[in-house]
Design a binder for this molecule. Structure first.
Ligand code: LR7
Ligand code: MN
Length: 576
């Protein structure tokens, strides 16, 4: 393997035998930090891409270098090529202390170059894709509240160094009421020297990420808005796929594939490209495996955009004008949370397209808990934001959300009249359409007979998940009338669901357990006999029976009879 040392002290090293792809002829200034100084490698020519770094060579040398792919590494620094940073044992104490500041390993982040190299996460097929030479310009909008210096700056540097300069109109940083000294004047001065126009906009007081992003959007002059969280790293070729989708259809909102930057080691870890975004009854955003239906729709082409039901929220590109046309954000949402679902549903229901692009990869530091303060109270804020989504976009399916949060009701959401008017004005489709056409795999069922408590006529005790986990027995308890763990849906597929869990029985005499719902699982099918009020397990023919004296907290599966213990009410909220 070939190794040589560059003039600027950078090591150029061949590590892989994979093929090298030439990208378009572009002008690509590369800025790097060497010993704290900025080095400008402004070279015009043909650039090509390998190992996560794009480089430019005079054309004569091209052929030779195509045969010898290389990567560039910052000499001696930890974390190069996205490798994990190991902290020596004598630094474990300061490491733990610093971890608390941002809920990630700040000590590790501080050790890594602001311009570290990363592996190129794109598949061979993706590297082969060619994009239109005329793409719109973009303003990158990064909102932050008390972000760490190195993660914020690494986000900025990775965007500058891995985006064609001609496409980057500007970078807009929105400081949402941070109180850390270095995010003030020091940041202003630092960004003033970058090769891409970069400014810091400041909210007057803590406004939350939703209103902060709006402030950034209003200040932007690029044709496309590209939002990033403040602890990301863009990889080679991340931007072109996003922008090219928007040129093709300006109602497309394009998200990159979000890889994981470890909160412990800052290792860059690729995620599966067959994962997309969805949500459960609680309106929690979750990652799910892309279903066969969607793989088929895109003809099993691994480079084709995924039509995702929902986006994570922090990383996406949208035509600026369309962003305003389609109703920006719900400004009634505070601090953090649910704006991603609100936007996802609004895009889909109001005629747009939401895509996740397998050929665009951006890393994000995922953390186990939030470092932010919530001035209005954490759970209150989250519940209110989610209730606004339910009220405005879910129609009758909002009841699934309220089933999970018995304390939440209409007034939880506050005033949503403006958003309902927006929905009317944009002539948006309903949630039923969304479930049918965009998200048939949803855990919120499109067709269901019943949503409510399932209680026996005799003792007035009800099925109750007791907050148990998957593969544990379903319980039974006194009716409390508060919903929550006593709410189930009986679907037209004959499943009895509680969020993603289904009543499941594998053997004739039970037990009845809670198992992840699956449409191909006949152990999860139950027939409700409206006359006899039986809930009959289809495969075994046995009936659900409320608890025995021996074990009053567990329902049984027994041969059907006419006892009251086998009579269940599922009628009051019976729906077709
Ligand atoms: O009050 C605040 N003001 C802010 O400016 C609170 C947060 N912020 C900033 C914050 O500094 C950060 O840059 O907003 C950004 C997002 O906050 P994070 O990083 O604490 O949140 P997260 O990464 O856990 O949040 C995900 O869900 C959020 C829901 O409101 C947002 O949509 C985030 O943008 C989103 N992040 C991603 O989509 C990256 C992938 C994570 C996943 C899943
Ligand atoms: Mn984040």
């Amino acid at each position: 393997y070939l190794t040589c040392i560059g003039k600027d002290g950078w090591r150029w090293k061949q590590t892989h035998d994979y093929d090298v792809e030439m990208s378009n002829v572009i002008e690509r200034p590369l800025q790097r930090l060497v010993d704290g100084n900025t080095v400008n490698d402004h070279v015009v020519g043909r650039s090509f891409v390998f190992g996560g770094i794009s480089m430019t060579y005079p054309s004569k040398a091209l052929k030779k270098w195509i045969e010898a792919p290389t990567v560039v590494e910052s000499m001696g620094k930890p974390g190069e090529m996205g490798r994990p940073v190991r902290i020596s044992s004598d630094l474990k104490v300061p490491m733990k202390l610093k971890f608390k500041e941002n809920v990630f390993n700040l000590l590790a982040s501080d050790m890594i170059s602001l311009t570290r190299s990363l592996p190129d996460p794109r598949s061979r097929c993706c590297r082969r894709v060619r994009y239109p030479s005329k793409l719109p310009t973009t303003s990158i909008v990064i909102v932050f509240h008390n972000e760490a210096w190195t993660t914020l700056l690494r986000t900025i540097w990775s965007a500058i160094n891995r985006s064609p300069r001609s496409l980057l109109k500007e970078i807009l940083l929105v400081d949402d009421g941070s109180d850390r000294e270095f995010l003030g004047q020091q940041l202003d001065e630092y960004v003033a020297n970058l090769s891409v126009p970069t400014i810091v906009v400041r909210t007057e007081k803590r406004s939350g990420l939703i209103r902060s992003r709006l402030l950034g959007a209003k200040a932007a002059s690029g044709e496309v808005l590209t939002f990033l969280d403040a602890h990301c790293e863009c990889t080679e070729g991340w931007l072109e796929p996003l922008l090219s989708r928007i040129v093709q259809n300006r109602h497309t909102v394009a998200c990159p594939t979000i890889d994981i930057i470890s909160d412990e080691t800052f290792e860059y870890k690729q995620v599966s490209e067959s994962t997309w975004g969805g949500f459960n009854w609680r309106l929690n955003f979750e990652w799910y495996k892309v279903p066969k239906r969607e793989e088929k729709r895109r003809s099993y082409d691994k480079t084709a955009p995924l039509r995702t039901p929902a986006m994570a929220g922090g990383l996406f590109a949208i035509d600026k004008q369309y962003f305003f046309e389609v109703g920006t954000y719900d400004e009634g949402m505070d601090i953090w949370g649910s704006e991603n679902l609100e936007m996802s549903l609004r895009i889909w229901q109001c005629g747009g397209i939401l895509e996740q692009l397998p050929c665009s990869h951006v890393g994000h530091v995922f953390r186990i808990s939030t470092p932010h303060t919530f001035p209005g109270g954490l759970s209150k804020t989250l519940l209110r934001n989610a209730a606004r989504v339910a009220e405005v976009w879910l129609d009758e399916w909002r009841e699934f959300f309220y089933a999970m949060y018995p304390d939440a009701r209409k007034d939880t959401a506050g005033d949503v009249r403006d958003r309902i008017l927006l929905r009317k004005r944009l002539n948006c489709k309903n949630f039923e359409w969304y479930l049918e056409h965009i998200y048939p795999e949803s855990i919120i069922p499109l067709h269901y007979y019943y949503l409510g408590e399932i209680c026996d006529v005799e003792a007035d005790t009800c099925l109750d998940t007791m907050g148990r986990q998957e593969n544990q027995k379903v319980g039974i308890s006194h009716r409390h009338g508060l919903g929550g763990n006593q709410i189930f849906a009986y679907t037209t597929d004959q499943q009895i669901m509680f969020d993603e869990l289904c009543l499941h029985a594998a053997r004739t005499r039970g037990p009845v357990t809670l198992v992840h719902c699956s449409n191909t699982e006949n152990n999860q099918m139950w027939a409700y006999d409206k006359e006899k009020k039986w809930i009959r397990h289809k495969r075994t023919g046995q009936c659900l029976q409320s608890a025995s004296h021996k074990d009053p907290s567990t329902p049984l599966l027994r041969p059907c009879n006419n006892q009251k213990r086998q009579q269940w009410l599922m009628e009051s909220k019976w729906k077709a």
